[in-house]
Design a binder for this molecule. Sequence first.
Ligand code: ZN
Length: 143
Amino acid sequence: MAIPKEGKSKNGKAMHYSVGALIEEDGKYLLIDRVKPPFGFAGVAGHIDEGEEAEEALVREVKEESGLKVKGFKLLFEEEANFNTCRRGIEVHYWYLFKCIVKGRVKQNIEETKSIDWYTIEEIKKLELEPVWKYYFEKMGII
Ligand SMILES: [Zn+2]
């Protein structure tokens, strides 16, 4: 389904659509330290552009933020979440969270990220995670 630019949440608030990419290799997860709000360590993620499919946004965001190519993916969750107000001032986001298999070499996007690296679960527990990613890591039982 192609996504509209802005939707309405269950309680009638303006809502954006977002994708998140859970990328894990050998027990380590790929996280970025975000330059732009909402701040914190997070998986690769971003808004779905108007008219774009969630899967297209996933492939585009992974490429933009990490330089990696998505080889395969599986949808883990789709749901409304209101943990973050994004830089466009919208509080509610409808998230599509995918588990991804990637190929290529990590390349930092210096406009979007202070850093990008692989972290063990023990390391992730000590990081200042962006709220929605803290929620997803907890929900999945990873931390
Ligand atoms: Zn937004």
